[in-house]
Design a protein around this ligand. Sequence first.
Ligand code: RIB
Length: 303
Amino acid sequence: MTTIVVVGSLNMDLVVHAPRHPLPGETLIGSHFQTFPGGKGANQAVAAARLGARVCMIGRVGIDTFGDTLLAAVQYDGVDTSFVQRDLNTATGVALITLDAHGQNTIVVAPGANMQVSEADVIRAESVLRRADVLLMPLECPLEAVVAATHLARQSGVRVVLNPAPARPLPTELLAQIDYLLPNQLELQVLADGETDLLTAIRRVQQQGVRNILVTLGEEGALLAMGDQTTHVPAFQVPVVDTVAAGDAFAAAFCVALAEGKSPLEAVRWGNAAGALAVTRSGAQPSLPSRFEVMRLLEVRGE
Ligand code: RIB
């Protein structure tokens, strides 16, 4: 069994369905309201566990009912939470999500306890981290934790996959240690100083030291750039219900496949399959597919 370590966030998602996204200053009447366990880190951890990996998560929640619910949710899927701390002074993270009639989302996160994750939290998990196959991290925790985990992983030959979401400029010393960077188009643009042309942006970020960049393109699939070679892998066309956590499903499936020794291109197909399945269902963690579902989609669609 392969081991994935995730350093990342746990949020309670507060989701309102609306016909469209509101304009600034506008009040809209939506339809129903739901809560779902979410947070990019927890979503990625649960997705990897459902796909068959042993998963250990490093993170923080508050001492409150949202924290209880989120811990129980990831534990239900078998994620090891020994290194998820209960923060005494800060509330659990929440995400305010608006979903429009086409399943497209906007998200505002109040990170709370996620922003208390520290270098010391990472060092506490050192022995697990050093024995992992892949370290996977989104960016909803402080950069110092991401940097510390990256250093430990690199020293032990653990592959490092960074999902730079939400987008922020990153130090080149960190980028140079990443094996695969997994941005969406908007995140790539931020890392590439606002460059909007996809290929130019990829080259610009590669010049900062990351050789392998995998850009998720939503319904268009994904673009894998390894050194000078760029390959487009088309998406599976599916009915879209809710796009929340599709990127997390993609990132986790890519990492699980990579950890199992599949080629990077095959791993992208796994990512596309998991992402496609996730958009067909509501909610963050409830939408994440099982290994069986991913394998069946790859088989049925001729992979
Ligand atoms: O990627 C989706 C996630 O982003 C949501 O679950 C929300 O919590 C935010 O972190």
